[in-house]
Design a protein around this ligand. Structure first.
Ligand SMILES: [Cu+2]
Length: 178
């Protein structure tokens, strides 16, 4: 076999491999309108969030509860409502299993946005009336977005339990509703 034939084979192999590589494993959905990417069309919330958000309990203006599986229900309550950026928010969590209050062992709550906003993780400590609580200060996002997500985690009867909620932070200086 001559040198040029070998080179030709190598080129052929590379072209073949290249064609294999450019064949996308999935369609480039980022170039498609959202409606044709398999998402049900829905009215956007004022904060421009997708419909998957709407399934999460909103704890901005009222307490919210979420099913954490196996009959465990996690309730999240913020004070004030709405919570205000850069101000203290009292976070309270209550957990029921089969309708009876239970303790969330190693209870903790974390807050995040769709973008990295730093670490906002808090341990829940025992409070009054069976609530477990934390004092939280969340920053305002420079982008102007207000939507945060709260994740409550812990174990009940040795089983890990998680519940997610959404909230919209009021801008600093805005008087809380109550
Ligand atoms: Cu941000």
């Amino acid at each position: 076999m001559t040198r040029s034939t070998l080179l030709g084979l190598v080129v052929l192999a590379l072209v073949g491999a290249g064609m294999w590589w450019v064949r996308p494993p999935s369609p480039p959905v980022e170039h498609l309108p959202a409606a044709s990417a398999g998402q049900a069309p829905s009215a956007s919330s004022p904060t421009g969030q997708s419909s998957s958000d709407d399934a999460l309990p909103d704890v901005t203006l009222a307490d919210g509860s979420a099913d954490a599986g196996a009959g465990v229900r996690i309730t999240l309550s913020l004070t004030p409502q709405p919570p205000v950026a850069f101000a203290k928010t009292k976070v309270r969590v209550r957990v029921e299993a089969g309708g009876s209050p239970v303790r969330l062992e190693a209870g903790r709550i974390s807050f995040e946005m769709t973008m990295p906003m730093g670490d906002h993780r808090y341990t829940l400590v025992p409070g009054a009336d069976g609530w477990q609580e934390a004092e939280v200060i969340l920053p305002r996002c420079m982008s102007g977005k207000l939507r945060w997500y709260a994740t409550v985690e812990g174990t009940v009867g040795g089983e890990p339990r998680t519940a997610r909620f959404r909230l919209d932070l009021a801008p600093p200086g805005q008087a809380p509703a109550r």
